[in-house]
Design a protein around this ligand. Structure first.
Ligand SMILES: [Zn+2]
Length: 102
């Protein structure tokens, strides 16, 4: 019977995407950016929560804008969010948008 229960408890193969060690609020925003489902002004307007879809910089704040806003602390491409290891640059971008409620 010992061998049988060992078989039932195989290690799970599935892993969380990179960044799961980060604080939850950062992790949440990171995944919103990765999956392009963020609470952007553009989406908030579409959902009837906000009157305009503009970013603080004055441009339309759609998902692509989250990677290109001139107010970002550093430049960072979308590909930084899809790598196996989450980069410090990506974390800085995520922290910026997390502070803005994305
Ligand atoms: Zn902007």
């Amino acid at each position: 019977m010992k061998g049988h229960s060992a078989q039932l408890w195989k290690d799970p193969k599935e892993r969380l995407p990179p960044g799961s060690h980060l604080p939850w609020s950062i992790w949440k925003t990171l995944n919103r950016l990765r999956t392009e489902t963020g609470r952007t002004a553009s989406n908030m307007k579409k959902w009837g929560i906000k009157e305009d879809g503009k970013c603080e910089c004055g441009r339309e704040q759609d998902v692509d804008h989250l990677f290109a806003c001139p107010r970002l602390p550093i430049e960072c491409g979308k590909e930084e969010f899809l790598t196996h290891e989450i980069s410090d640059k990506a974390i800085q971008i995520v922290a910026y948008w997390e502070g803005k409620g994305i």
